[in-house]
Design a binder for this molecule. Structure first.
Ligand code: OFO
Length: 168
């Protein structure tokens, strides 16, 4: 069983994952408002994945005989100035989550809690993929420099992203 300290940090991570879901829904809303449906789809899928991550932690806390304690969610940002700003913020947010996962892993290893460390390894890989995908879009948007034809093409590309439910 995970220690009290580790369980507390896992519970905080549940909150962070749900907040990620909430933030990405807010970004989805911004793009819907501007009829950029492909960008909106990208964040719809991203939000669903964040919810899955929250439940992955939720199930792990339960399995570890801990108590799931949901913490309050802050209001996410609701105003954005451009698609580039949204993706820059999303990339910053992913970096923040990566740091949080790494700190959690450090905590588990300090505790010699190798079961939790092994559970967290999936998130280490996931975060590196997510940072990479956000970073690629930030770079594309910088190159496009708000060129409408380019934005339209990127919107079509992002419309292809599909949600794949986790295997349980
Ligand atoms: Fe939860 O995947 Fe990134 O934040």
């Amino acid at each position: 069983m995970a220690s009290k300290k580790v369980l507390q940090a896992l519970n905080s991570q549940i909150q962070k994952e749900f907040f990620s879901e909430y933030l990405y829904i807010s970004m989805e809303a911004y793009f819907s408002e501007h009829d950029l449906d492909g960008f909106s789809n990208f964040f719809n899928v991203q939000a669903k994945e964040e919810r899955d991550h929250a439940y992955k932690f939720f199930n792990y806390v339960n399995k570890s005989e801990g108590k799931v304690i949901l913490e309050a969610l802050d209001q996410p940002r609701v105003d954005f100035s451009s698609p580039l700003e949204v993706f820059e913020l999303a990339l910053d947010h992913e970096k923040y989550i990566t740091k949080s996962i790494h700190e959690l892993l450090d905590l588990a290893l300090e505790d010699k809690d190798y079961t939790t460390a092994s559970f967290l390894n999936w998130f280490v890989d996931e975060q590196s993929e997510e940072e990479e995908s956000m970073s690629k879009i930030v770079k594309k948007l910088r190159l496009l420099n708000e060129n409408p034809a380019g934005l339209f093409m990127l919107d079509q590309e992002l419309a292809q992203r599909a949600y794949i439910p986790p295997v349980v």
